[in-house]
Design a protein around this ligand. Structure first.
Ligand code: ATP
Length: 211
């Protein structure tokens, strides 16, 4: 079987159990042996008023969260590249590194699906990688079909079919990085929302504290 390169991109500001549980469910359903978490430079469309944690801290929190998982690892190629993290460019780099035979997969949460047409060279992205869409509250596998319909204006019939085939049922875990940051600003505990090692790191580095 050709090599399968599976990427889960995100700002991971910070990583949380929603990410980890969704990735594990995707791995189980597709039989992936490895999923690589890839922190991105923070995209301009992120509207939260608070500045993101430094890239080095976001990367370190992902490292801590996936340590000992046996199935997850982390890549810093988008952070190393700097500038806006265009998935298209990352896929070109992965194709160059792993060769023409490798199968590329790109995991997104269901909330990202509607944004797909705005991605740079979105049509090429869909051709180059198999997009896997994980359910995420309030979007279940069932409710995603409306979004899929809206994609028809932007992609070919074959591309929409390809995207649709990659929508998977995952446990609906209602955790977001925004909620974690908000709780920290309010001085509330984030225990159980993200792994203990990440909770400890946030505390030691004094990340997301209210100013
Ligand atoms: P923020 O609240 O800052 O927007 P986030 O929780 O959405 O952050 P990201 O790092 O932006 O986290 O997400 C990376 C990817 O993980 C995105 O594709 C997002 O849709 C997906 N994702 C995030 N949280 C979940 C979750 N609870 N279940 C499934 N997918 C998720």
């Amino acid at each position: 079987m050709s090599e399968r390169i599976v990427i889960f991109g995100g700002t991971f500001d910070p990583i949380h159990h929603g990410h980890l549980i969704a990735a594990r469910a995707v791995a189980e359903q597709f039989g992936f042996e490895k999923i690589t978490f890839m922190p991105t430079m923070v995209p301009p469309h992120k509207s939260d008023a608070s500045p993101p944690a430094p890239a080095a801290d976001r990367l370190e929190m992902v490292r801590l969260a996936v340590a000992d998982s046996g199935i997850f690892d982390v890549s810093d190629i988008e952070l190393q590249r700097g500038g806006p993290s265009y998935t298209f460019e990352t896929l070109v780099a992965l194709r160059r590194r792993y060769g023409p035979e490798a199968e590329l997969y790109w995991i997104i949460g269901a909330d990202m699906l509607a944004e797909l047409p705005t991605w740079r060279r979105a049509g090429d992205v869909v051709e180059m990688a198999r997009i896997i869409t994980a359910a995420r509250p309030p979007h279940s596998r069932r409710t995603v079909s409306t979004t899929i319909e809206s994609l028809r204006a932007h992609f070919t019939i074959e591309q929409v079919e390809r995207i649709n085939a990659g929508v998977v049922e995952t446990p609906l875990i209602d955790i977001s990085s925004t909620r974690i940051r908000r709780r920290l600003i309010e001085g509330k505990s984030v225990r159980y929302l993200t792994p203990e090692s990440v909770v400890d790191y946030i505390r030691k580095q004094d990340l997301y504290a209210s100013k």
